[in-house]
Write a protein that binds this ligand. Structure first.
Ligand code: 0O2
Length: 229
């Protein structure tokens, strides 16, 4: 998930070059490319801000309670190709303004927590910070998706401070336990395997696995309460 912070990948560059190849003015195409690159850098800065906020919370919690509520953080910047596909699916134009206005998940941060309790504790602490604005929240832990997917999703806006301006950037944050993360990662692999058909039977099996994973989280959280950490 981690990428070079400021540069577009070779794939993204190639994709943009193809899009703008029929542009009459090469300078206009070049300008477009630079602007995309710049916007992606701002999203990357927003990811850094969010990661730092969670790392600080983890550090403070571990000082106080002698354990880490965060098991790991994975971040990703959406590929330009995926951005273009999503905008096209939603019948929106591929422009910088449109990306910022219509997409909430260009920058994504996934926080993998030790216990379910930690998911909510961290979300509350993070959302109470005065520079974080909550745009929307989906609690797929309390209300799992029909296929069994569980996670807490937050779309937030946070400021990034540049040399001469302050900008608000939107970031999608997914908070989940280790068990929720394992299930989601494996489900993704099974579902998108091109060589095999994803059958109804597999979907039912995966749903059963999600229930087992929810039971595991519940028991682990009970153990946490028992040892009072
Ligand atoms: P990626 O590469 O992981 O980011 P949206 O499509 O985002 O505009 P939606 O459908 O309301 O709107 O989004 P939602 O439900 O908040 O979920 C978005 C992201 O959550 C997905 O991003 C996945 O990361 C994750 N997710 C949601 N449902 C599932 C699921 O059933 N299985 C797994 N493994 N992950 C899920 P992307 O864009 O799909 O991909």
């Amino acid at each position: 998930m981690n990428q070079s912070p400021y540069l577009l990948s070779e794939n993204d560059r190639q994709f943009l070059q193809n899009i703008f190849s029929d542009s009459k003015k090469a300078t206009a195409a070049k300008h477009m490319m630079e602007s995309f690159s710049e916007l992606m850098a701002y999203y990357r800065c927003a990811i850094m801000e969010i990661e730092t906020k969670f790392n600080v919370l983890n550090e403070e919690f571990s000082l106080q309670y002698d354990r880490n509520p965060i098991n790991g953080i994975k971040s990703r910047l959406k590929r330009i190709e995926s951005i273009a596909q999503k905008l096209s699916r939603n019948e929106k134009p591929l422009t910088l303004d449109s990306i910022e206005e219509n997409l909430n998940d260009v920058a994504g941060v996934r926080v993998i927590c030790s216990f379910t309790h930690d998911v909510y504790m961290l979300a509350d602490a993070f959302l109470s910070q005065d520079d974080v604005t909550l745009i929307s929240k989906k609690d797929y832990i309390k209300d799992p998706k029909a296929n069994g997917y569980r996670s807490l999703h937050l779309i937030v806006s946070i400021p990034i401070f540049l040399l001469h301006e302050k900008r608000s950037m939107k970031v999608e944050i997914q908070l989940r336990t280790i068990a929720m993360d394992s299930w989601a990662a494996l489900e993704h692999q099974l579902k998108y395997k091109k060589s095999a058909e994803f059958t109804d039977e597999m979907a039912s099996d995966l749903f059963l696995c999600s229930q087992l994973s929810a039971e595991l989280d519940k028991r682990m959280d009970n153990l946490r309460k028992t040892v009072n950490i």
